[in-house]
Design a protein. Structure first.
Length: 255
């Protein structure tokens, strides 16, 4: 006969909770038709967390960003009306802290998901001075970041030779930013998974040039929980989507 302790051990299941994060520059959501198409596309991807950049929505337009099934919506609007984060109603996300800038270039959300701490930073870097902005922001948020930090967004810069277009150069500023990331033990998860794959997320014009300026960055000490990352083509925008699959470390128990 099984003892209560043995039965409890048997009831523990090895399946770990799963979440997914997508990040996408939508280049404006003021058009009702475009909002509808974006919402339908996001629903098909079924992410746990959706991070959008360049929404062009003001704080009073929050309802326009809503996708059916989203439980919470956070926005960093400012005058520039840039970044937004949506959280699915399929997950219990306990928010501990929200921080954002006045210009709408980043939003940071700290909370607990599946009994694990998570710090999510969604960035839309400015077109001019992107490298300086990102480096300064990460330096300012150093005390807020740890091994549970996930940084996503349109950084408006490639991070390696494989990610740049022929017209771009890996200059000293990009090297300096990579040095800062290395000091924070933060790595480009896509490049870690796809070390030799040349892929783009940004297609600015019809001349065929492209680059990978949209990124997901994570702490190197937590790589075992990131199971898959892929680029999803999106015909609605100049940007493709990045999707990250994550397995939380906490095991679930049957009720």
């Amino acid at each position: 006969m099984e003892t209560p302790r043995h039965q409890k051990a048997k009831d523990q299941i090895a399946i770990r909770p799963h979440i997914s994060i997508i990040t996408l520059n939508v280049n404006g959501l003021n058009s009702p038709i475009k909002r509808h198409r974006v919402a339908e596309w996001i629903k098909k991807q079924n992410p746990t967390i959706c991070c959008l950049q360049e929404t062009h929505l003001s704080s009073k337009d929050k309802y326009r960003l809503k996708v059916k099934g989203w439980k919470m919506i956070f926005q960093a609007n400012g005058i520039q009306r840039k970044a937004g984060v949506g959280v699915s109603d399929e997950i219990d996300f306990k928010i501990k802290k929200v921080k954002k800038d006045t210009e709408g270039h980043f939003i940071m959300i700290k909370g607990i998901m599946h009994q694990e701490d998570i710090t999510l930073i969604n960035i839309y870097a400015p077109n001019q001075g992107a490298l300086k902005y990102i480096k300064q922001l990460l330096t300012e948020l150093k005390g807020e970041t740890d091994q549970n930090t996930i940084i996503v967004g349109d950084l408006n810069t490639p991070l390696s030779d494989m990610d740049r277009s022929p017209k771009q150069e890996i200059n000293k500023e990009i090297t300096s930013l990579n040095d800062t990331l290395d000091q924070l033990d933060i790595i480009d998860i896509y490049r870690d998974f796809q070390a030799k794959t040349i892929a783009s997320t940004y297609f600015p014009s019809a001349d065929g040039t492209s680059s990978r300026i949209d990124h997901i960055l994570v702490h190197r000490n937590n790589l075992d929980k990131y199971k898959r990352v892929k680029i999803l083509p999106t015909i609605l925008f100049q940007h493709n989507t990045l999707k990250q699959e994550i397995h939380c470390k906490k095991k679930s128990e049957r009720p």
